[in-house]
Design a protein around this ligand. Structure first.
Ligand SMILES: *Cc1c(COP(=O)(O)O)cnc(C)c1O
Length: 463
């Protein structure tokens, strides 16, 4: 199934290029609620609105490119996850997807916990008042300084990622006179991605400690011996943008099996398991993500069943959605610049951003949707590629898109579902100024991360 490289295709798409994944949508002006956040619509002049404000007003006030985050949608998703998992489980938002102090406050208000994986994320979380006990600290190479800060702050858990780290964290905690709550991250031999998962016997990757070969069991043995550590559970994270629960099924079964081994060897039942994040969202109308209550029900059933079979008490479950909470809440607004039709191929539509504000297309071959949002159009669909302004031919935002054939410089277009891993992975390539994140709610727009300025760039360049 090729979803990316389509060598040819007529400009006006009356014949689809070979292997193209979808026909042009019946109505180019329609905004599919699957890929747009909940308060998005069009006003009587055909302009996209979010939180009651039109993109024309937003572009005027905040400029382009910019990310607009639908706060109501964000909070609704937080509540959906918290409600679905209930009081017997914990939801940790994966901060790496997108983190700012406003986001931390929303999470705190909506009762979610927070995963961080660097000193920078930790200080953002603490500075916005997230209680330390609701923070989990991750990472395959945490520095001693980061570990010390996390232990001193009193984070609720540190997720141990290697044999060396078991000793490192124990030593630091002990030197601070503390006993740190920890989980051990294991690799279960499951790699899940989108619609498939692959079960492998051994793991060729940098994260975690393998269940295979008794390594995870040995890690548990060592952690239990160290005074600086309180081992509370086992952690597993199997991939990203996952739609199928089968990978979680295998992973939960293997983790529960380890819990049973730990009980048999040490006479203790570890009280928690964390099944990680990775739940998929709709980037295009073709994606069909599961609702949080469906995911919660499936995970609870799997864990309960496996524990019953092993004669274990059901541990407290935690999950760590990042993308599934913030991804669908934001879109990136761009202004169209150069429009370059390549006869017999497609039309390249250049925007005022690109791989500096969305690296996912170049990095992962990610798919996105796009729409003309400053007006509606009755022009026919035109096979397009939305590209940025960077000095790289791989600088693609949306590889295959249908835009109205009358698209012109000065139009505004928007790419939905850019809340996760876009601003957080943004770069200054070509000395681009990273765009702002503007939160919109109930007719009000507020900058939560401001646009970078040339002054910001020059401040770092000390000559
Ligand atoms: C990245 C990551 C997550 C979040 O993944 P999403 O795909 O954004 O849900 C959760 N847990 C861990 C350990 C991760 O590394």
């Amino acid at each position: 199934m090729s979803r990316s490289a389509h060598p040819a295709g007529p400009r006006h798409a009356d014949v689809l290029p070979e292997g193209h994944y979808s026909a042009p949508p019946a109505d180019l002006n329609r905004l599919d609620p699957k890929v747009w956040s909940r308060t998005v619509g069009r006003d009587e002049r055909g302009r996209l609105t979010v939180g009651g404000l039109s993109v024309a007003e937003l572009a005027e006030e905040f400029g382009t490119p910019a990310y607009f985050l639908d706060e109501d949608d964000f909070r609704t998703r937080c509540r959906a996850w918290a409600d679905a998992f209930g009081s017997d489980a914990d939801v940790f938002y994966a901060g790496k997807a997108f983190l700012s102090r406003a986001v931390v406050r929303w999470l705190k208000e909506e009762g979610l916990n927070l995963d961080v994986c660097s000193g920078g994320e930790l200080s953002t979380a603490l500075s916005a008042g997230m209680p330390a006990e609701r923070i989990a600290f991750h990472g395959n190479n945490k520095s001693e300084d980061e570990i010390r800060r996390a232990v001193e702050a009193g984070v609720g858990r540190i997720v141990l990622d290697s044999f060396q780290e078991i000793v490192r964290v124990a030593h630091i905690a002990q030197s601070l006179g503390k006993r740190q709550r920890v989980q051990i991250r294991v690799t279960v031999g499951v790699e899940a991605h989108t619609h498939e998962f692959i079960a492998t016997a051994h793991e060729d990757q940098k994260f975690g400690i393998a269940l295979a070969g008794g390594q995870a069991a040995e890690a548990v043995r060592r952690a239990l011996r160290l005074d600086g550590l309180e081992l509370i559970g086992i952690h597993s994270h199997i991939g990203s943008q996952i739609f199928d629960m089968a990978g979680f099924e295998v992973s939960a079964r293997r983790v529960v099996q380890l819990l049973a081994e730990v009980r048999d060897e040490h006479g203790i039942e570890l009280p928690e398991i964390d099944l990680g994040g990775g739940l998929g969202i709709a980037y295009t109308s073709e994606d069909d993500p599961r609702e949080p209550h469906h995911i919660a029900k499936a995970l609870n059933e799997i864990v309960t069943r496996e524990c019953e079979a092993a004669g274990l008490r059901t541990p407290r479950i935690s999950v760590e959605p990042g993308r599934a909470i913030v991804g669908p809440t934001a879109f990136t607004l761009y202004e169209v610049g150069t429009v370059k039709p390549l006869e017999g191929l497609r039309t390249y539509v250049s925007v005022d951003g690109g791989m500096s504000d969305n690296i996912r297309t170049a990095l992962y071959d990610a798919e996105y949707s796009v729409a003309l949002v400053s007006r509606t159009s009755d022009a026919e669909p035109m096979l397009s590629r939305v590209v940025g302004k960077h000095c790289e031919s791989g600088d693609i935002v949306v590889r295959d898109a249908f835009l109205p054939a009358d698209i012109a410089p000065g139009d505004l277009i928007a790419v939905p579902a850019t809340g996760a891993y876009c601003r957080s992975m943004a770069s200054n390539y070509n000395h681009a100024l990273r765009p702002p994140v503007v939160a919109v709610r109930d007719g009000e727009a507020r900058v939560i991360v401001r646009r970078e300025t040339e002054e910001d760039l020059l401040r770092l360049d000390v000559g």
